[in-house]
Structures are given as structure tokens and as C-alpha cells.
Design a protein around this ligand. Structure first.
Ligand code: C5P
Length: 402
């Protein structure tokens, strides 16, 4: 069963030569188990007959808000849908939607729709490159709509370049992915740790590090968005997650972080250890503020618990454990060694020497390594995009484990 099974889709067709491809898209959506209603702009009827769409969808096709036979309720149509896809979306239809002009059934329904709306543009390359089109697209994106990429190649005008409607299969897969990632962690318990730990020296001082928790918090938000039941054990002074369904446990030291992680670990199907846990803590904490003297001062430090290693030893076969490695030399070799020692199912390697990667940045450049020696390398991305890639990789591990 695909994620499109049972979904109600509004397919908006506007007047482009590519409108014939919408019939193929309609067939693919019907085959995937969707219920589809088609709305055509008046000019789309010059390219394909409404009869084609009504036959394939087994539903009447709407073009006008009202005609001699009566009034079509665009509000009801807009509320009915789980998603609206406008394919092809001409420059004119993009502009009307960006401006909020409700001049026909398609645009009136677009304004009434509460569901996610997707636009698959199709036009000639100069229209595609025009600043007016670019600005309309940015506007539509700023309203939360999704814009699919156009294809490149020979266009109806004979010119060659970008502007082709995405292939029907690509549009179907885009929609299927959209619905899949809305629910692919549904019912999955996920434990994540993030941020630094502070190891107290005395009542006012500590040993800490520059971690902000951004990476781990982005992962927590991404997985919660996809339906996961997330517990986030968060070190001090970290950023906070956006999703208020995440159970946040605030901790300060490595010992506290281990304790809170232990509490949630047995029930967690997936554990992601993104925290920059201090490796050492003061051998003892002074009850009073340590006074300065004239000479140098020596601190005696002892090891903190290794949370990943401890949990790795307790891991059951159906649990997935993911760790991070921040390496500056022999990157893959050291990360692999860590993955084996801590019994991880995946390690996210980042190199802080890369520009824009590591602590405090909003971007990161990572590789994923797996025990079967598979590896995935990624470009520099925002931490939110990296969180998406991590969620995708873990979703695959969950599927393989099922
Ligand atoms: O050994 P290293 O600190 O480089 O390993 C990094 C991985 O181990 C990270 O996933 C980190 O969260 C985890 N770790 C831990 N407890 C420590 C040190 C690191 O869980 N004391």
C-alpha cells in the first residue's frame, strides 16, 4: 500500500500544451488509490477535453464556479481535499494564485483550500526566467505552497531550456513522499540527546563546550513532525525545539544526561546521540567558590560516563542506535572505530574543519557510515536539511529492521 492510498486529491489543470500529461498523472494517482477531482481553467479546455478527465476520474470535472446548470461549491471542493496539485501551472495561473485573484473555479478553489497545495509549473523558458514569474513563485512559497522543479529540454516553442512540466511519475512520487514523511515515524518512540554538558568545578564554575544543540534539536523537530514520539534530553543553554509535542528533559552534567537517557532508553525504538558530552569532569566539586592563589593551579579530572557506549551494551536487536563523530584526523577510520566500539547502527561524521560545519553554525557537512561499510556523503546543507537526511536514513533502517 502506498502513502497515497485513500488520499483525496484536487488536480488543477491550466492552459498549457503540457495539459495532456495531466491525464497520465490522473491515471497514476487513481492507480495509487487516490480519489481525484479535476478542475480545469477555461483555457485548459482548448488543450484537452473535460471528458478525458471525467472519464478517467469517474467524477464530473469543474471549470466554472457557475454555469447554466448551476453553481459549483469551490469552498466544499477546497475543504474536501487532502492535497491540491496544479499541473500544469502556467505563468498566468501562478500569477493569479500569487495575487489571490479568484477569477475561475481553479483559483477560487485554491483560495478556499486548507490542504497543502503543490504547483508543477510549465511554460516557455523566457517566461520561466522572467522576474515576474520568479517573484510570483517566491510569493507562493512564502504562503507555504510547494513548487516542483521544472524539467529541461525541448519546449513547445522549439526553444531548449528549463520550463517543461515535471514528468507525471515525478509528480506522483513527490506527492507520495510528502504523505509518507508526514507519518513514517508514527508510533515510533525516539530518544535524542543534544547540546553540551557542563561539569561543575565549584558553585559558580564549570567545564563545558561550545555546542548549541542545534543539530540534535533539528532532528527532534524533524522526527516529531513525521509523527515520532520524541524524548529530548537537552544540555544547558541549548536552543529549544519548535514542536511542543516533544518531551524535553533538561539536564546539566554528563551523569544527569546518562540517567535521563537510561530512563527512556528501554522503551525507545530509535536512539540518536547528538550531544557533545564532556569527556572529563572535575574529580571533586568544591562546595565553596575556589579562591585564586598566586601560582598556577592544577585540576584533577576524571572520566565521565560514555552514554553511547553504555547504551550500546544494553541495546536489544530491535533497537537502533545512532551516534555522531566529530573528527579532525583519519575521519572515516576513527568514526568506524567509534561505531564498532559503541555498537552503533549508524554514525554521522562531521568534520569541524569544513567551512560552515560544526558547533554553532546553521549549516553542516556530514557523511553517514554504516556497519556494513556503506557510506553516504552529503554537500554542505542547513542543519534542518541534514536532519531530514538523517530521518530518511533512520526510516530506512527501521524498514530493514521490521
Ligand atoms: O568518543 P566521542 O565523544 O567522539 O563519540 C561521539 C559520540 O559518542 C556522540 O554520539 C556522543 O553523543 C557520544 N558520547 C557519549 N558520551 C560521552 C562522549 C560521547 O554518549 N561521554
Amino acid at each position: 500500500m502506498t502513502s497515497l492510498q485513500g488520499k483525496r486529491i484536487l488536480l488543477g489543470v491550466s492552459g498549457s500544451i503540457a495539459a495532456y500529461k495531466s491525464a497520465v498523472l490522473l491515471r497514476l494517482l487513481m492507480k495509487a488509490g487516490c480519489e481525484v477531482r479535476v478542475i480545469m481553467t477555461p483555457s485548459a479546455r482548448d488543450f484537452v477535453s473535460p471528458l478525458t478527465f471525467s472519464t478517467l476520474s469517474r467524477q464530473p470535472v469543474a471549470t466554472d464556479v457557475h454555469n447554466d446548470e448551476g453553481w459549483t461549491n469551490h469552498v466544499e471542493w477546497g475543504l474536501w481535499a487532502d492535497a491540491m496539485i496544479i499541473a500544469p501551472a502556467t505563468a498566468h495561473t501562478l500569477a493569479r494564485c500569487a495575487l489571490g485573484l479568484a477569477s475561475d473555479m481553479l483559483t477560487a478553489t485554491y483560495l478556499s483550500a486548507r490542504c497543502p497545495v503543490f504547483f508543477a509549473p510549465a511554460m516557455d523558458l523566457d517566461m520561466w526566467h522572467h522576474p515576474a514569474t520568479k517573484s510570483n513563485i517566491s510569493k507562493l512559497q512564502s504562503y507555504g505552497n510547494f513548487i516542483l522543479d521544472v524539467g529541461e529540454g525541448e519546449l513547445a516553442s522549439g526553444l531548449i531550456g528549463p520550463g517543461r512540466l515535471a514528468e507525471p511519475e515525478e509528480i506522483r512520487d513527490y506527492l507520495a513522499d510528502f504523505f509518507r514523511i508526514q507519518q513514517d515515524f508514527l508510533g515510533v518512540r525516539v530518544l535524542i540527546n543534544a547540546g553540551p554538558t557542563y561539569e561543575a568545578l565549584d558553585p559558580v564554575r564549570y567545564i563545558g563546550n561550545h555546542s548549541t544543540g542545534k543539530m540534535g534539536v533539528a532532528i527532534a523537530d524533524e522526527i516529531a513532525k513525521r509523527g515520532g514520539d520524541v524524548t529530548l534530553v537537552l544540555g544547558p543553554e541549548s536552543v529549544l525545539p519548535e514542536n511542543d509535542r516533544i518531551h524535553v528533559q533538561h539536564v546539566t552534567s554528563a551523569d544527569e544526561m546518562l540517567e535521563k537517557c537510561q530512563d527512556a532508553f528501554a522503551e525507545a525504538q530509535v536512539t540518536i546521540l547528538a550531544a557533545a558530552v564532556a569527556d572529563y569532569k572535575p574529580a571533586s566539586i568544591s562546595g565553596e567558590k575556589i579562591k585564586k592563589g598566586d601560582g598556577p593551579m592544577n585540576l584533577q579530572l576524571v572520566r565521565t560516563p560514555d552514554i553511547a557506549e553504555t547504551l550500546g551494551q544494553q541495546k536489544k536487536p530491535n533497537q537502533i542506535l545512532v551516534g555522531f563523530a566529530l573528527e579532525t584526523t583519519k575521519l572515516h577510520e576513527n568514526a568506524k572505530d567509534k561505531m564498532n566500539r559503541k555498537q552503533l547502527d549508524m554514525i554521522v561524521l562531521n568534520n569541524p574543519k569544513e567551512a560552515g560545519a560544526g558547533f554553532g553554525h546553521d549549516t553542516n557537512k556530514v557523511s553517514f557510515l554504516f556497519p556494513n561499510n556503506k557510506a553516504q556523503e552529503f554537500e554542505l546543507k542547513t542543519k534542518k536539511q541534514v536532519a531530514f537526511d538523517i530521518a530518511e536514513a533512520i526510516h530506512k533502517l527501521l524498514k530493514d529492521n521490521a
